[in-house]
Ligand binder design. Sequence first.
Ligand SMILES: [Zn+2]
Length: 648
Amino acid sequence: MIDRSTIERILDAAQIVDVVQEFVPLKKRGVNYLGLCPFHNEKTPSFTVSPAKEIFKCFGCGKVGNSVNFVMEHEHLTYPEALKYLAKKYHIEVVEKELTQDEIDKQNERESLLVVSAYAARQFSENLFQSDEGISIGLTYFKERGFRQDTLKKFEAGYSFEKRDAFSKKAIDDGYKQDFLVKTGLSIQAEDRIFDRFSGRVMFPIHSLSGQVLGFGGRILKKDVKTAKYLNSPESEIYHKSRILYGMFQARKTITQEDRCYLVEGYTDVMSLHEANIENVVASSGTSLTQEQVRLIKRFTQNITILYDGDAAGIKASIRGIDLVLEEGMNVKIVLLPDGEDPDSYSKKVSNEEFTRFLKENETDFIRFKTQLLLSEADNDPVKKANLIKDIVKSIAVIPEAITRTVYIKECSVVLEVSEPILYNEVNKLQRQKNFQDRNKYPGPEDLPVPPPVIEKPVQPQVLKIYSEREIIRLLLKFGSFEFERRLNKDDGKEEMLSVADYIVNEITSDDLSFSDSVCAKIFVDFRFSVEHGLISGDKQFVKHEDPEISSLSADLLADSHELSRIWKDKQTFVETEEMKLKEIVGDAVLKFKSDKIMIIRKEIMVQLEEAVKANDIEKVLQLQKRYANLNVALGAISRKLGNRILL
Ligand SMILES: [Zn+2]
């Protein structure tokens, strides 16, 4: 039981963005954050986090709640477990009162299984590092394989004694219930006797995303025993192997940072890559990749690189599963290791630099890899070749992006010597079949339109001439109709042009920000109208505007007297250079505009804060302090984007 005041401290400390971000990459959208919902499968983000309201809400599946709810839902924890998780994250000491027998009995099974698993991991680790048997057998094995102690500790590697019931007996002596030992699969009950599942094995605990031990993999060390080399925990209330990737807990931060996930086969492959300074790596531990595992990776990155050892039969068997990854719209690359090497052996054979370079230089796109592989087998056998074409077409057809499909079709047409229209035809045929199948399912939430995120109206500043406002208007006047970027329309795969005006207007209106200078505001409203109605506003109409304030400001901004342009003596040079760096200039101007607005709002809050302090309104003070802190977070994010230039 956690006492009330501790609960309150935990709730106060938990920052929703901070909490969610540990599991879901978020992008700032105005005052809110947006990401792919972890609770349902979606391709377009509709999962919104509002730091101001301290809540998350998914517009796709409707899940909503605060930090604690998020942790409960995401990690499948009970309320007290979620609180303890947050307490640990924010270094808050939890003082629990002694549990009564009754309360212990009441704890649900899940929690008990987690407790037993954590205990087992500790025991196995102790065995490995502190017992004679563990050191002479287990640790020696790891050392012979070339593993460092810090890596073993990082992955909580362990050792299970050879004596057939050593672990089970000790656990029961230590007060753990036989029932839970059996349910986690750590112990096996045979009539009235109990045995250890993993005796005589080195142990690899398998963690949840938040680092809880859910299950184990164990490798036998004796050579003459007739048993599987690797053994895994059986499925249980807490361990579902199809939903878990080994190493995800240790990898997830780096996966986000590097925007790539390496996939290997075994536990030791993961550990070896960590030693080679590649930490964004997970293993499917022997099973072929499942859709749930692919989606787990997809929460952190769209890019996956699969490492294969040179065994052709093995490769052929496992590439079948990769269509699953393509289907999720992920970019799949393959690295084939030199003959006779696996990630573990090869990373140890060469230096870290060489290994990293090898991965970079030998990365091949999956469809290309598959085509080459099958082509080399087909020789000139026409039947084999026809099957091969069908096989490749199947992989291409599952790719959701039209443009990507087109690129592959073109390329394969050359490599396979089949005309493009024939390939198109085949791909379309498969897609029609798939659409037909899909129509028979009910539409998923990701098919529904996404309403705009909830936005808080900022306090309106009464302030004066702000440079960043004028710069925004200047860019609109001068470059409004210029191309900002080209992007693909998700619906029809066609390229569309986003103008500078489109970009600026979208950025500013979606954040619900406004101009404090009334003339700037008028010009902006005009541009917004144009953008919303697909018109183009030219600079001339403003210079000649009937409102003298508008015409003079426009003229002023477009004239050479403008601050920025003074840097350049020759007008021609200036315009050319600015045009060339237009995207950067516009992007920075928008960020500066936003940061100015935030600072104005911050000042407003300071004034209100003083008033609240005077009025002794504690609740208001806390609320304002929180808002102030959130604004600082937003400001920090902007300044990082601006390349750490100081804004204050
Ligand atoms: Zn959702």
